[in-house]
Design a protein around this ligand. Sequence first.
Ligand code: UD1
Length: 363
Amino acid sequence: MRTLFCRMKILHVVGARPNFMKIAPILAQLRNYDGVEQVLVHTGQHYDAKMSGVFFEELGMPEPDVHLGVGSGTHAQQTARVMIEIEPVLEGEKPDVTVLAGDVNSTLAVALVAAKLGLKIAHVEAGLRSRDWSMPEEVNRVLTDRLSDLLFTPSRDAGENLAREGIDGARVHFVGNVMIDSLQAALPRARESRIHERLELPRGGYALATVHRPANVDEPAALLRVFSALAEVARDIPVVFPIHPRTRSRMPAEFEAPGIKLADPLGYIDFLALAAGARLVLTDSGGLQEETTALGVPCLTLRESTERPVTIEVGTNQLVGADPVRVGSAAREVLAGGGKKGRIPELWDGRAAERIASILVRR
Ligand code: UD1
């Protein structure tokens, strides 16, 4: 236990699935400091047990102190509801620092309110840029970074992006990838998971797919193209596809996809077990591009851009878009032994949260 000279209050905000594994290790590290009071706020952007509750349990997170219960809606509705609900919480709590993670609507909504209340903001996973303004996440990232006082970057490219945008380098801290802290902590439990038996999948003998980006699922033609791409891969290897609720809601009720095993969204441990045991991953998720790099599993990203170039330059990731012919041939190349081997990027060492905590308490 380390004792601080003065007391401080740190308020963390989580909202959507990819936030949980980024904030959990920071909460845990800060418990090592006597004199730090922590408040956890859940905006409720994600609310299903399978999208939220199971992650709290498996990541050892405490129950949120405050639940805003904003739920789903259009971008404006969701962002506005978070803003309205968080304002009195921030006014009441008066945190010394508000910690935000990633690029979801909840992140930007809280940043806007905290900045106007004159509160200090720390952004975890700062500086990532896809340079694709049609992605809502890109808008959320750029604006949250602009409003933040402390910017914690996962990779050197992120720091370069921030420098190019004129953000004062004194605010930027290259701390590494905090998601990998959660991954490393959970791997021993993932090795005990029975998910392969439950889904009847041979370890090392299947492809894991996840798709939920609006560009890939919102229009019926785009979703059909994605399924055709997965069907192309399924000719050579079984494909398992845990379906995100956004994707599920766009699929016809009686949907059938030959060769593709559809599943409900999975908890963190079972999902990690599936990713670690996959021969190949196909995804449009940001987090999974990083997790596959950390696990050394080949990843084909079904997008034309990525905000995480280190996973391509150093890791196991390849951008292939969603064209079925291109995806099929990239998958066959991997299956023939041509998958990228990759290395672990700098500071993806399981100690990012430790570095973040020590900077937060220094203020
Ligand atoms: C959000 C993030 C995205 C992230 C993804 C991870 C934004 C702009 N997008 O996208 O960056 O990669 O989370 O999952 O913040 N739904 C449920 N149950 C839930 C939550 C959502 O059924 O617990 C359904 C609702 O129909 C909702 C839809 O999923 O309308 C989409 O949810 P939303 O939070 O708007 O965006 P995601 O696609 O999940």
